[in-house]
Design a protein around this ligand. Sequence first.
Ligand code: SAH
Length: 197
Amino acid sequence: MKTGQFELIYLACFVLVSVVRAVGVTLARRQADTKQKTLPKWNLDTLGALLQSLGLFILPFVYLFSDWLDFANFHMPAGPGYIGGLLYLFGIWILWKTHRDLGANWSDSIETRQGQTLVTGGIYSRIRHPMYTAHTVMALGQVLLLGNWIAGPSFLVLQLPFYALRIPAEERRLLQHFGRAYRDYMLRTGRLLPKLG
Ligand code: SAH
């Protein structure tokens, strides 16, 4: 196992992400699962979960706990490494706010549920997809924490392009579900960053 300071910071961040996610899942369970079950078994959500797992921890764990990816290692200087740690922590902080604000409306699927309410407060008052913003910031942190050309950028490269498919699909569902209310909400918010002006 690699025990450099930045690898250990990455592991600590991974534990924190898992705790935040577990709390998020608990908050969401307060609502019975009434998701529409019309999707085929393999859909955008399964693909997203697979890409996220690979980039967020599977490839980093292969790098940390084996020598299989060592051919792609490089020395990470201290400055970028610490910035990476701070970025990752900042991403986790945003992630925590999204779970707190979404509460029972969170799910790992792009589908809406019966009884879902439209959240427009807290961090959602300026940004429509702050959870994906959080993932982006965490992914940038990971690039700077792991001194490996495969494991470092894996989250950024595997997960984020997928959001180009996921965000429009999720917004189409939210528009179907909430209609005018979501359309108005779209006008005053940005997708991943607060709307300028
Ligand atoms: N895309 C959002 C939420 C990700 S979780 C973000 O990045 O923060 C995905 C679930 O959140 C989907 O089931 C979707 O229907 C729901 N969702 C997304 N935005 C929402 C909102 N403003 N209010 C309520 N539910 C929302």
